[in-house]
Design a protein around this ligand. Structure first.
Ligand code: ZN
Length: 289
């Protein structure tokens, strides 16, 4: 199954729900960065939720998520746009721990339980929205739930899960975000909470081959879910030699000269996709301003 996302409304539009299957996208991130199992789960959950948040945007808008915890993976950075392109990386990909007491990958131990989660939305025309909340658990989904409630005043349920094969490749990944729109009555919120609490882990449902539509229908009842749109999702990086050349120019002539004199060239690496771009001495000369 190719990765995609579905946008739906439930309870006559009082609730907005998104679900995504992201196995291939997370596998692509893992392959490019060689993340180990626990790091893959942390990055995969973040990429999955970031992709859904991208789908909430319009046109050329994009958003960037940074989770900076005090755990060994360091920062997790991910960004996504409204076209289904998402990418992300962690500072230290080689982090893996024993399963936690629930038998799950110990994401909180990798991320840390103290720090911050920040969201930057680039809404074009130099219009930025920035929200930052403290990390509440380091399990990612709960941290985003807290973010939506606090920073966007949108009561939300956020779930994301990643299952990893013994060889470290990704077996299944997926997630959902369910948000209660202003004006919904208490009954809707209570029934929603009950349904979500008793719901099985989404990564297991994806592994069984369930589609995002089927997952939401199982959660809320087939009759209730109104499907509006489906959208393909993929890992895609927007780096290019030209962008990195601009970054090198930004370092200034003195720095570029020392790259020429000392290294006789430069190697620039994209953190997101791990692509390496080589610049010769001649090319560096041309980047001086
Ligand atoms: Zn890249």
């Amino acid at each position: 199954m190719k990765d995609y996302l579905v946008k739906t409304t439930i309870y006559n539009g009082y609730v907005r729900a998104y679900a995504i299957t992201s196995t291939n996208t997370v596998e692509e991130a893992r392959r490019r960065q060689d993340t180990w199992a626990t790091a893959s789960a942390a990055l995969g959950r973040t990429i999955t939720i970031t992709a859904i948040m991208g789908a909430m945007l319009k046109g050329e808008d994009s958003n960037t998520i940074k989770i900076q915890g005090n755990g060994p993976i360091g920062a997790i950075i991910a960004d996504a746009n409204a076209k289904g392109h998402v990418r992300g990386y962690v500072n230290n990909p080689h982090v893996d721990f024993e399963l936690n007491e629930k038998g799950k990958l110990d994401v909180a131990r990798a991320v840390g339980t103290e720090g911050s989660l920040s969201v930057i939305k680039d809404l074009g025309l130099k219009d930025y929205f920035t929200g930052e909340v403290p990390i509440v658990s380091g399990e990612i989904s709960e941290d985003f739930t807290y973010y939506f409630a606090t920073s966007e005043q949108l009561p939300s349920a956020v779930g994301a899960g990643v299952l990893v094969n013994p060889d470290h490749t990704i077996l299944a990944a997926g997630g959902f975000i369910v948000q209660v729109m202003p004006g919904a009555d208490e009954e809707v919120i209570t029934s929603l909470e009950e349904q979500i609490q008793s719901f099985p882990a989404i990564s297991g449902l994806i592994r069984e081959g369930k589609t995002p539509e089927q997952i939401l229908q199982q959660l809320f009842g087939e009759e209730e879910v109104k499907i509006h749109e489906t959208m393909p999702i993929e890992f895609r990086c927007k780096c290019s030699k030209e962008r990195l050349a601009n970054a090198i120019t930004g370092l200034g002539n003195a720095e570029i000269q020392s790259m020429i004199d000392e290294d006789h060239g430069a190697e620039a690496n994209c953190h997101f996709c791990n692509e390496t771009y080589l610049f010769t001495e001649q090319e560096l000369e041309e980047l001086k301003s």
